[in-house]
Ligand binder design. Structure first.
Ligand code: HEM
Ligand code: HEM
Length: 468
């Protein structure tokens, strides 16, 4: 058994494990999204089957896209990038593979428990206590493995990707434990308004301290590599890092502008939501100036193409987000499909596209083989890009119809007929996205498991002078 484990735990085994985890759960997660979308088009479709009801399918979809697809995709990138940048092997591939196994067990448990209706009923924190414990344990094990790799490093300089990865993993472990009120196993909650504040402190940190730093780390690694150009500014990258840590951590209350939370807290959340423009633009200016004059290279590299697209989505979602934090805007956009549109541009268009780009970029290196099919990867890119852009358009329109109608005092159910065509369009786009997920899984699986001629990673990207 130990021998077999040692054989599997070769170089990059952890990155490979998280890569397959991400690709597989992306299929399951998008299928659940598609099922939920179909139920919104035809609410009577699955009558009387409790585990297929919308109220259970929705949290399964949401938690699986975050913890099953985007998270593991970015973990794979992290487990590849940190040893590379530190010029030292990962501290322990065995420990890494153990975390891959724990994480997959967690994902199975999330799917099963939520399908059975075992939920703590707080968004992004639905999972019951025992699952929370394993998620935090998994994150702490990952942090230990990565931090020990940094400790053993041969490279004295800590590139910004390493900062982001370590911070993203440890801060998520802490905010997850806090936000899930892990010291209250029965409810996983405080009571009343303080609970709402704590929940949304955590809820927004799922985007701000989990997905954003890990995606930024991947972009900061992939774009200079693909462009074969040094990063535009290291100083700006650190300014962006600290601005993100300082500003992102206290904007969660912008989810509660319609709730009787203290006004000063709302003001802090609104002001800092607008101030988010500082870390966002520090990151984007740095990446885009690095890419300036190299768009041809980005277009030729499928990983670079996904990642660069993700940065454009980041621009849109952030500008939109800063606007959505203004009370006047939120009067129209809150509680309707506008927010669901924003969520898909962010979690899917930004973090998901960057996760996929990072996976495609590292695949030849972690499998020591060329990508199985560039054509399939390109097809997946277009299916997803059209899908997510379409989502943004139809959900924004549906949201504006709902928001406008409600402001005019229209009864809720009378609006449903008006948004029905948009729900149908979302379902059709969902078929494209789900198909893209299946293609991606097939392509990555074939790259990783099918025996083919090994390749040498282009020597040019290895040269010291070209390291970002
Ligand atoms: C990998 C890509 C995807 C990601 C990252 C993603 C992410 C999310 C997130 C974060 C939410 C919560 C939104 C909120 O509470 O405001 C959500 C909700 C939802 N998503 Fe997705 N999603 C993806 C793909 C899909 C697909 C392919 C479909 C199928 C059409 C879909 C359908 C839905 C539905 C129906 C909801 C519930 C909306 C509601 O409550 O009205 N998603 N998704
Ligand atoms: C400058 C950056 C951003 C700001 C200021 C911002 C602002 C907001 C606001 C105000 C809401 C609440 C809307 C409402 O309930 O009426 C919201 C919701 C949301 N945001 Fe953002 N956003 C930003 C970036 C992002 C990014 C990068 C992601 C994804 C990685 C993201 C994902 C989401 C999701 C999933 C929701 C829905 C939460 C729910 O379930 O209700 N946002 N955002």
């Amino acid at each position: 058994m130990t021998d077999r484990f040692a054989k599997v735990a070769t170089e990059h085994a952890t990155a490979r494990g998280f890569c397959l985890t991400s690709a597989f759960w992306m299929m399951v997660a998008t299928f659940m999204g598609l099922l939920g979308a179909t139920e919104l088009v035809a609410p009577d479709l699955v009558r009387g089957v409790s585990w297929l009801s919308f109220g259970r399918i929705r949290p399964i979809h949401v938690n699986l896209v975050i913890f099953g697809f985007v998270g593991p995709g970015l973990f794979a990138a992290g487990f590849y990038i940190v040893p590379r940048m530190m010029r030292t092997p990962l501290f322990s591939e065995k420990l890494g593979l153990t975390t891959v196994a724990v994480w997959n067990a967690v994902l199975l448990a999330i799917t099963g428990s939520l399908a059975l209706g075992k939920t703590q009923g707080r968004e992004y924190a639905e999972m019951i206590w025992i699952i929370d414990v394993f998620i935090v344990a998994g994150l702490l094990l990952m942090f230990f493995n990565l931090a020990m790799t940094v400790k053993n490093r041969k490279e004295p300089v800590l590139y910004v990707s390493v900062w982001y990865i370590l911070a993203g993993v440890i801060l998520t472990a802490v905010t997850y434990a806090l936000g899930n009120v892990i010291w209250q196993p029965d409810t996983g909650a405080l009571v009343g308004i303080p609970d709402a504040i704590l929940l949304w402190f955590y809820g927004h940190n799922v985007f701000g301290l989990f997905m954003t730093p890990l995606a930024a780390a991947a972009a900061y690694y992939v774009i200079p590599r693909v462009c074969r150009a040094p990063l535009y500014s290291h100083t700006l990258s650190l300014l962006g890092f600290w601005a993100l840590i300082v500003v992102y951590t206290h904007i969660g209350t912008h989810h509660l502008l319609q709730v009787p939370v203290p006004t000063w807290l709302k003001v802090v959340a609104i002001v800092d939501s607008v101030a988010m423009i500082i870390p966002v633009m520090a990151f984007l200016i740095n990446i885009w100036y690095t890419a300036k004059g190299h768009l041809g290279e980005i277009h030729r590299d499928i990983g670079g193409k996904f990642v660069f697209t993700g940065t454009i989505m980041y621009f849109f979602v952030s500008i939109q987000g800063s606007m959505m934090a203004l009370p006047q805007v939120q009067r129209t956009t809150h509680f309707n499909n506008w927010v669901v549109g924003h969520a898909h541009i962010g979690v899917f268009g930004f973090a998901g596209m960057i996760a996929l780009g990072a996976l495609y970029y590292i695949l030849p290196a972690i499998s020591k083989k060329p990508l199985y099919s560039r054509f399939l990867a390109d097809l997946q890119y277009w299916l997803l890009l059209i899908g997510v852009t379409g989502f943004a358009v139809v959900l924004t329109i549906a949201g504006l119809i709902q928001g406008g109608a409600w402001l005019n005092g229209e009864t809720e159910y009378r609006v449903l007929a008006e948004i029905h065509p948009y729900y149908m369009a979302r379902g059709a786009l969902g078929v494209m996205i789900f198909s893209g997920a299946v293609l991606g899984f097939f392509n990555m699986l074939m790259t990783l498991v099918v025996k083919r001629r090994p390749v040498l990673i282009p020597a040019v990207s290895e040269r010291r002078g070209e390291l970002p």
